[in-house]
Design a protein around this ligand. Structure first.
Ligand code: NAP
Length: 262
C-alpha cells in the first residue's frame, strides 16, 4: 500500500524547484528528491523536508506519486531505472513534448503534469496564473492530476499528448525564439560598440503591443512593407554575421508569406 499523499521528485532543476515546494505547500509529503547531482537534490530536499538521493537504486518503492522532471532526453533512461509501479501508484512527467505513452511501461496509471510557462531556478514564478495541462490515461489518474493542479493554479485544462505538443511548439515561438532575438539584438550592438540599453523603450513597447493587440495586425518593418532595397542594405551589413543573416532572411521570408495578399 503506497504512503498516501506522497511524492518522489525525480529531478531537481528549473521545474522541480517550483513544482515541488508548491506540491509540498498543498499538503503532499515529499519523500525523496532525486538528482544525479547530490547537492542539487539536497538544496531542494531541505526546502520540503525530504531525503536527497543521487542514485535511483535508492528510490522508495512505496510512494503514491513519482513525478519525473528531468531534461527530455534523460526521461527514457530515468524511466528504465524506476521500479515497476502498482495499480495504486501514479507516474507523470512535466514535459511538453514527450509522449506519456512512454510511461506505460512502468506504470498502470500515468500521464502528464505540464505547465505552459518558462521556469528558471531562483527566478520567481506565479503558478496561480500559469496554465496547467494535465492528462491521465484513466479516470482516477486524470482526477488526481486535475485536482492537484487546481490547488496550485487557477488555469487547469485536460489535454492530449498531441495538443500539449502543439502548445509546446507555440511556447517555443513566443518564448524561446523571441527571447533569443532579444539576446542577439543586444549582442549585435555590443559587438559594434553600441549601447543595448537604447533598445529598452522599443523592447517595452513591443511586449505591450503584443499583450494588448492581435500581433498579426500590428506588424511593422521592411519585410511587411516589402522594402527590398532596405533589406539588401541590412543584409550587406550583416555580411560578417552569417548566423544573424540566416535568421534575418528566414524571418523576413515568413513575414512576407504571411502578408503577401494583404
Ligand atoms: N524549464 C521550463 O521552462 C520548462 C517548462 C515546462 C516544462 N518543462 C519540462 O520539464 C522538464 C524539466 O525541465 P527543467 O527545465 O527543469 O530541466 P533542467 O533544469 O535542465 O534539468 C532538470 C533535471 O534533469 C536532470 N538531468 C539532466 N540530464 C540528466 C541525465 N542525463 N540523467 C539524469 N538526470 C538528468 C538534471 O540533473 P542535475 O540536477 O544533475 O543537473 C536536473 O535535476 C523537461 O521535460 C522540460 O521540457 C520545462
Amino acid at each position: 500500500m503506497p504512503k498516501s499523499n506522497s511524492i518522489i521528485a525525480i529531478g531537481a532543476g528549473n521545474v522541480a524547484s517550483h513544482f515541488i515546494p508548491a506540491l509540498h505547500a498543498i499538503g503532499f509529503n515529499i519523500i525523496q528528491v532525486y538528482s544525479r547531482t547530490l547537492s542539487n537534490a539536497q538544496t531542494l530536499a531541505r526546502k520540503v523536508k525530504a531525503k536527497a538521493i543521487d542514485d535511483l537504486e535508492a528510490i522508495d518503492h512505496d510512494a503514491e506519486w513519482y513525478l519525473i522532471m528531468v531534461k527530455d532526453d534523460a526521461i527514457k533512461s530515468v524511466l528504465n531505472q524506476l521500479p515497476e509501479l502498482n495499480q495504486k501508484q501514479f507516474l507523470a512527467h512535466t514535459s511538453g513534448a514527450t509522449p506519456t505513452t512512454l510511461l506505460g511501461k512502468k506504470a498502470e496509471n500515468f500521464g502528464s503534469f505540464y505547465a505552459l510557462q518558462t521556469f528558471k531556478k531562483g527566478h520567481p514564478a506565479n503558478l496561480k496564473q500559469t496554465p496547467f495541462f494535465v492528462y491521465g490515461n484513466n479516470e482516477k489518474t486524470q482526477r488526481l492530476f486535475r485536482i492537484t493542479a487546481r490547488k496550485i493554479s487557477k488555469k487547469v485544462t485536460e489535454c492530449s499528448d498531441i495538443d500539449r505538443l502543439k502548445y509546446h511548439i507555440s511556447a517555443v515561438f513566443i518564448n524561446n525564439f523571441v527571447n533569443h532575438l532579444a539576446c542577439v539584438a543586444n549582442d549585435y550592438l555590443i559587438q559594434n560598440a553600441l549601447d543595448p540599453s537604447m533598445l529598452d523603450p522599443i523592447r517595452k513597447k513591443t511586449f505591450n503591443n503584443i499583450l494588448n493587440n492581435d500581433p498579426c495586425q500590428i506588424q511593422t518593418g521592411p519585410a511587411v512593407r516589402n522594402d527590398e532595397k532596405l533589406e539588401k542594405k541590412h543584409l550587406a551589413l550583416l555580411k560578417m554575421h552569417p548566423e544573424l543573416k540566416k535568421v534575418y532572411k528566414a524571418l523576413s521570408s515568413s513575414i512576407k508569406a504571411k502578408y503577401e495578399d494583404s
